[in-house]
Ligand binder design. Structure first.
Ligand code: AG3
Length: 271
């Protein structure tokens, strides 16, 4: 933290900086470093290993797009969901809003949960819902050990360096496939196409080698590298945008449902 600026480094020559009024916390856990800042323009900001995970001001884009978008590609409403990662509670909260009956949330680092309960209570409040079963466990091991099946699996991970690396690989997707009900979907955040093409390629190739159908879609998330972010969703069933009535969020609406899969040429070339 130099002169009250927090910066996420993208390369030797490039970073995104937020002027902050306060550093609220910095802890080193068994898995990673967690920082919380109060920024002037984006509200509170959560960083893990120096990378922005969420800010109060723009978290809605990510959390809506990783939940509502796959939701409206399913033939029948999902009832049971699994979240890998998601220790801030944002994905779980969105799923509850959308009417899911049961959500299991597997987070590896209990400190992420504790920090978010304290500094992002609006998000972490979802963990108090009786519908949400939060377990502190390694998601990769959970996938191998459990036999439970789900309609929707959401991989809300950090970048593929550090504890999340395995979540972008083919082995993981093979295990995921065994945990999905017929007609079910798995979705993962897959990085910035512009700055992290390898992460996107890895997620997409891993998913595609295991599932019959994989679709990459994008959203505008101002505080993530390049602001242009990708998600990859996969299924053994064909995924089509729902013809039913769409409930809009703050970002997601029926136009986004149609448009988010329309990819620029440089992204198509990566895939
Ligand atoms: N998880 C995805 C964050 C990836 C951001 N990467 C980066 N800033 N380099 C977000 C957690 C929100 N539930």
């Amino acid at each position: 933290l130099i002169e009250n600026w927090f910066s996420e480094r993208y390369s030797e020559n490039l970073q995104l900086s937020f002027r902050v009024s306060d550093q609220l916390l910095s802890v080193k856990t068994d898995y990673q470093r967690i920082d919380v800042f109060d920024t002037y323009d984006f509200g509170k900001l959560l960083a893990i290993d120096g990378t922005v995970q969420l800010t109060e001001k723009d978290e809605f884009v990510y959390h809506e797009m990783i939940t509502m978008f796959p939701f409206y590609h399913m033939d029948k409403p999902p009832r049971k969901a699994l979240i890998i990662g998601g220790g801030d509670g944002g994905v779980a909260g969105q799923l509850i809003k959308m009417g899911l009956e049961s959500v299991i949330n597997i987070e590896i680092d209990n400190q992420v949960v504790e920090v978010c309960k304290k500094y992002f209570p609006d998000l972490a409040d979802s963990f108090t819902s009786p519908k949400v079963d939060l377990r502190i466990e390694d998601g990769i091991k959970f996938m191998k050990s459990s036999a439970e099946k789900f309609d929707l699996i959401i991989v809300d991970s950090t970048d593929p360096e550090g504890p999340a690396e395995g979540l972008f690989g083919q082995d993981f997707y093979r295990d995921v496939k065994n945990r999905i009900n017929p007609g079910g979907i798995v979705v993962a955040q897959s990085g910035s196409p512009f700055y992290q093409p390898k992460a996107l390629k890895m997620a997409y190739n891993s998913a595609r080698s295991v599932f019959k159908h994989s679709i990459v879609y994008t959203a505008f998330i101002p505080t993530y590298p390049s602001g242009f972010w990708s998600f990859t969703m996969s299924s053994d069933s064909e995924m089509k945008p729902s013809g039913e009535e769409i409930k809009s969020g703050k970002y997601f609406n029926s136009s986004v449902l149609k448009g988010a899969t329309q990819l620029p040429e440089f992204v198509k070339v990566i895939l």
